[in-house]
Ligand binder design. Structure first.
Ligand code: ADP
Ligand code: MG
Ligand code: MG
Length: 894
């Protein structure tokens, strides 16, 4: 290693666990275990930088790499007193991939490298164990052929199976040395046949080939797909670990296994568990060739190795201060540690382990919150789940499988329409809404249902998106589902409306009848402890989006500190109100409109009272009417068809003609960009006035009733111009003061503000702030208006393709587009603060429940985020983590 050539290779004893980026997770931890003096076979690591350079430069070894490998290999040989692939007494190595982030099963490990036709004889002679030597060689030929040369491994597996049949052997271990010697010849023949050349015999060429293959595996399709699924960047590269082999296949005092330091399903401590196999190597344990044995039995087979393993695992857990997942091999009774990493675990295990580790004094509360809790898993704690053991015990078989669109399990009677779901649901019955697909018109039925099943659509279908938002289990795209009148066929089974079914939205299965389900505990004691830590750490407040008293109550139970978005239009769409609303819009007479609105007003007062009662003492943001005009109008097409029919039959219906004329007059080509929000409010001022009055009246009534008033925030939607907001605000305040004057409303605090959901509003926030006591960033619409595409159309269409082809890293409607929409938020905040110091800034919209977006809101210094009630707990934790991590680089670059 001369001059200033880059250091591409590190011996295990040179590395450390801080060097994950360069050495990969496996290499860094193996280095760390080596330094700790744990029994790790020696070896060295080629860096991720070597991989990226190799791939970037047309797949040639960068200068110095070949020499550095040679030098480290020489040191490894000296240490072992053996030479790689030596004919008499060979050193064998494992070549192991290992990226920074664990990518389980993504890249294959090559074992027993250094064997060839001579060295296998040497190995047999020096160990006196020819069976073991040829077992190792046939494994090496197969894996090398498959991983390095791309020969389909099934050719080898078929030959092995044929041999077993021929010998009457049930398992690999039933084959003897001669069988395996013969098998290696067969394997070499298969290699020759597929590659048109002999199996490589030169150990150093074998090693270089293996290294190249591991480097190249970073660019395989499945590696790309895995990284996209898990948000791992594509430009990191993988390290390569070259390590002296230890052998779990030398006989019945040898074996190999994997183990967790705690139960990864329940989190229960003091019960390490895992699987092992005697006389086995490498992937045998997970490959399902033989059924592995539970770890506890190792205590009987090899008590000393077992005791050492237990002690080592305890040690590793204390050092890494997290549950560990280890891989080990025992060679002739001696234990070797091959890997340790933080283990994957269920949501339940995760919260329990975090709390237990604090109680055990392993970590502080802040550390546990920051490092041991994964926000995204938290909502899973709230869903009833299918009790899989119970299902197995009862011998239940699914009728069909579809897309696991929204997790959790649900049991209910089949209903086929949203209205029936609502009717039966309100009567207290558990129902599952079964549809070909759902549309926004089904919303009321979806709300009332326990679960949803559709025949068509995947994870971005309406049913799926809405169900996830509501925390309602759903199975979509059940291809064998047919609806015929009152009958539903699923798979081969015919069911009728009213029959019970169970759906498992976590796995996508549908069962007939009632399958066992485990109830969630929204106040999981471990989660409650974690929430206390989060609440102490966070500065960001968390509110909920809630339109009904039920949602408001739930939100408050989950710890919401107010309502950040209450959409008042939902209150206009129920059956008894729609005709009034329609008549009101259709009327071109102001007095008539006033009369109809007066009829609607008591309903609104009632609605708001229900919500205020639940939110006594907390802020509630009521958004005035927002939807586009056309949602209140009869369908123009309908009216035209009816008019045409009348004409054919010579019927004269002047009322219909007038209606048609009015709807034609109000018709808009682009209703989403048309008369909605403040524009509608200014066009029909009576509506906003009525709503503002009703809000105030309800607040006073609730204060009188309970002694506590909410903090009322009236929010004007879709403002582009300061002038719009000024006009609307005057109207609203005028009405508020009128109600205040007629009753004793003096002590009720009312703020008027706006939703920032148009780029113009964000860009002119200083002007807007003169008229607004608060801003709430409506990031659903702000994303649509910034990007210029509609969410529904995009998700149904090109956005899926963008995501699949890596054009975009994530869906901007799920995770805030920090560089575009985020920049507008920053501009708006920075423009508003000097004009109105202390202006309340919040964010509502789905992003309020997304951990990365919450981090951004924290960094921007917003006052609160508002999200679905089911995400409130998660958002509290995300806000706590954001505070502990500080500004972490998600703010838009200047
Ligand atoms: P993965 O990342 O897929 O787990 P590993 O590199 O950890 O791949 O290797 C998989 C398995 O191969 C290990 O669990 C172990 O059984 C075996 N193995 C790896 N390195 C060695 C070695 N030096 N000696 C013996 N077996 C090894
Ligand atoms: Mg491993
Ligand atoms: Mg909006």
């Amino acid at each position: 290693m001369t001059g200033d050539v880059t250091k591409w290779v590190y011996a295990f004893r040179e590395g450390s666990r801080e060097m994950r980026d360069l050495l990969g997770g496996k290499g860094a931890n193996v280095a760390d275990m080596t330094r700790l003096g744990l029994p790790v076979p020696p070896g060295f690591t080629l860096t991720t930088a070597a991989c990226i350079t190799y791939l970037g430069e047309g797949r040639v070894f960068p200068p110095g790499l070949g020499e550095q490998i040679a030098a480290h290999l020489a040191a490894l040989e000296a240490d072992a007193g053996k030479r790689l692939g030596d004919a008499d007494d060979p050193l064998l190595v494992a070549v192991r991939s290992g990226a920074r982030d664990s990518m389980p099963g993504m890249m294959d490990t090559i074992l027993n490298l250094g064997l060839n036709d001579q060295s296998v004889e040497g190995l047999a002679a020096t160990t006196g164990n020819p069976r073991f030597a040829f077992d190792s060689y046939r494994r090496f030929i197969q894996i090398y052929a498959a991983v390095v040369c791309g020969v389909d491994k099934h050719h080898f597996e078929a030959a092995l199976d044929a041999l077993k049949v021929d010998r009457g052997a049930r398992l690999d271990v039933d084959l003897d040395a001669d069988d395996l010697r013969g098998l290696t010849d067969t394997f070499i023949g298969i290699f020759q046949q597929h590659m048109g050349e002999a199996f490589p015999q030169d150990p150093r060429l074998q090693l270089d080939g293996a290294i190249r293959a591991v480097f190249a595996s970073w660019e395989t399709r499945r590696a790309y797909d895995y990284r996209r699924l898990h948000g791992i960047p594509h430009d990191l590269g993988t390290a390569v670990n070259v390590q002296r082999m230890v052998f779990g296949n030398t006989g019945d005092r040898s074996g190999t296994g994997v183990a967790f330091t705690r139960d990864n399903a329940t989190g229960e401590p003091g019960r390490p568990f895992g699987d092992f196999l005697m006389n086995a190597q490498g992937e045998d344990v997970v490959a399902g060739i033989r059924t592995p044995r539970p770890l506890a039995e190792l205590a009987d087979v090899l008590p000393e190795a077992f005791a050492e393993l237990m002690e080592t695992m305890g040690h590793l857990e204390r050092r890494y201060r997290d549950m560990q997942d280890v891989e080990f091999t025992i060679e002739d009774g001696r234990l070797y540690m091959l890997q340790t990493r933080n283990g994957k675990r269920s949501a339940f295990a995760r919260v329990r382990i975090a709390v237990d580790m604090v109680d055990e004094g392993l970590v502080t509360e802040d550390e546990a919150l920051r490092d041991l809790v994964v926000c995204a898993q938290v909502p899973q704690l709230l869903l009833p789940q299918l009790d899989s053991e119970g299902v197995t015990l009862a011998g239940l078989i699914p009728l069909a499988h579809g897309v696991n669109a929204s997790p959790g399990a649900a049991v209910g009677a089949i209903v086929l329409t949203a209205d029936e779901a609502e009717r039966r649901g309100h009567a207290g019955e558990r129902v599952i809404l079964v549809r070909d697909e759902t549309t926004p018109d089904d919303l009321h039925g979806m709300i009332a249902a326990q679960g949803i099943v559709t025949a068509r659509g995947g994870k971005t279908s309406h049913a799926a998106v809405v169900a996830v938002g509501m925390g309602c289990p759903a199975v979509c795209g059940v291809e064998t589902l047919r609806i015929d009148g009152d009958l539903v066929t699923i798979g081969d089974t015919v069911l009728a409306v009213g029959d019970l079914i169970t759906i498992d939205g976590t796995n996508g299965a549908v069962y007939a009848g009632e399958a066992p389900v485990t109830a969630p505990d929204p106040f999981n004691p471990y989660l409650m402890r974690i929430l206390e830590w989060a609440d102490r750490a966070r500065v960001l407040r968390v509110r909920a989006n809630a339109d009904t008293p039920d949602d408001a109550r739930r939100a408050r139970q989950f710890g919401a500190e107010g309502i950040g978005l209450c959409r008042s239009e939902h209150m206009f769409f129920s059956a008894e109100r729609v005709p009034l609303v329609q008549a009101m819009i259709m009327s071109d007479d102001d007095a008539e409109r006033e009369r109809l609105l007066a009829l609607l007003r008591p309903f609104q007062v009632d609605d708001f009272m229900g919500i205020f009662r639940e939110m006594r003492g907390l802020p509630v943001t009521i958004r005035l009417l927002d939807p586009p005009l056309h949602e209140f109008l009869p369908s123009l097409l309908d009216l035209r068809l009816r008019a045409a029919a009348n004409e054919r039959e010579g019927i004269c219906d002047p009322e219909l003609d007038a209606q048609r004329a009015r709807v034609t007059e109000l018709h808009e080509e682009n209703p989403m960009l048309g008369t909605r929000g403040v524009r509608l409010g200014l066009e029909f001022p009576e509506i906003f006035r009525m709503q503002a009055g009703a809000v105030m009246q309800a607040a006073i009534a609730v204060r009188d009733e309970t002694g506590e008033a909410p903090v009322v925030e009236i929010m004007i939607p879709l403002v582009a111009y300061e002038q719009e907001l000024r006009a609307a605000r005057e109207m609203v305040l005028d009405e508020v003061e009128r109600v205040r004057a007629t009753s004793d409303g003096a002590h009720i605090e009312v703020l008027v503000g706006t939703m920032i959901e148009l780029p113009r509003a964000a860009l002119t926030s200083g002007d807007i702030a003169r008229e607004a006591e608060f801003f709430s960033f409506g990031t659903n619409d702000l994303t649509q208006t910034t990007l210029g595409f509609s969410r529904d159309d995009a998700e149904k269409g090109f956005l899926g393709m963008y995501l699949r082809s890596n054009l975009l890293p994530n869906n901007p409607f799920e995770t805030l587009d920090v560089d575009g929409v985020g920049r507008l938020i920053r501009i708006a905040a920075e423009g508003a603060r000097p004009v109105r110091p202390g202006i309340k800034l919040g964010l509502c919209g789905e992003h309020g429940g997304d951990p990365a977006s919450i981090m951004f809101c924290h960094d921007m210094g917003l006052d609160y985020v508002s999200c679905s009630p089911y995400r409130v707990q998660m958002a509290r934790i995300a806000a706590g983590q954001a505070a502990l991590n500080g500004a972490h680089g998600v703010s838009p670059s200047d």
